[in-house]
Design a binder for this molecule. Structure first.
Ligand SMILES: [Zn+2]
Length: 225
């Protein structure tokens, strides 16, 4: 009897493992096909190019766009990628998940924390991809608007076709940096340039690695080599 039960359990377990293995790629494919080619194409941009285009896209929606360090004070400034102002109110934009295909609820939660700390009336999260169910629920409760790939393309494409002089100069600078070989290693999470760091503690002490230049906000790292 015990053997039968054990055999049954083993079958169930094996079945579960096979189910998990089959399920993951299928979901991945569904996700990939839900992101339009024009949204996926945004990933060919560097962080600098993307940021320049995003700024003008928000300007065209009637916002004044500030650097992180302007328009707001204290630690909250470092939590938003872009700060917007309109009619005396302030919005924070979180763009650090722009390369992710499915943005988790945590992104909304983090932005909301920054909004509260920085006195912002609302916020935007942007991605070339999509939002998970938790992100959607939280956004509704937290005065956060979620801009997915399809909407992002509609915002950015007109800017790419006819950028303002300022944006054109920013784009030129970003591209020049690439062609003169100063192109740095991009962060796997947000696409910003990475910096060489030395591990001081732990089992890898003394070894170098790349860390995102937006560290500690962004946790992206890469091995060297
Ligand atoms: Zn990063």
């Amino acid at each position: 009897m015990e053997i039968v039960v054990a055999a049954l359990m083993a079958c169930l377990l094996a079945g579960g493992v096979v189910w998990l293995m089959l399920r993951a790629p299928a979901e991945d494919e569904a996700l990939a096909s839900a992101i339009t080619p024009s949204a996926r194409e945004l990933l060919s941009l560097s962080w600098e190019e993307f940021e320049a285009l995003l700024r003008e896209a928000f300007e065209r929606e009637g916002f004044r766009v500030f650097e992180r360090s302007q328009g707001t004070t204290g630690v909250a400034a470092g939590l938003a990628d872009v700060v917007l102002e309109r009619g005396g109110k302030r919005w924070f934009v979180s763009a650090k998940h722009w390369r992710e295909r499915l943005v988790p609820g945590q992104a909304v939660q983090e932005l909301y924390g920054a909004m509260v700390a920085g006195g912002a009336s609302g916020g935007y999260v942007v991605t070339h991809g999509l939002y998970g169910p938790a992100a959607k629920v939280l956004a509704g409760e937290r005065r956060v608007e979620l801009i997915d790939g399809a909407r992002l393309v509609k915002m950015i494409e007109p800017v790419r076709e006819a950028p303002s002089d300022i944006t054109r100069r920013r784009l030129d600078r970003a591209r020049q940096a690439e062609t003169t070989g100063r192109r740095q290693v991009p962060c796997p999470l947000c696409g910003r340039p990475m910096q060489r760091r030395l591990d001081r503690f732990g089992p890898r002490a003394g070894q170098s690695f790349f860390a995102c230049s937006d560290n500690p906000r962004c946790k992206g790292t890469r091995e060297i080599g």
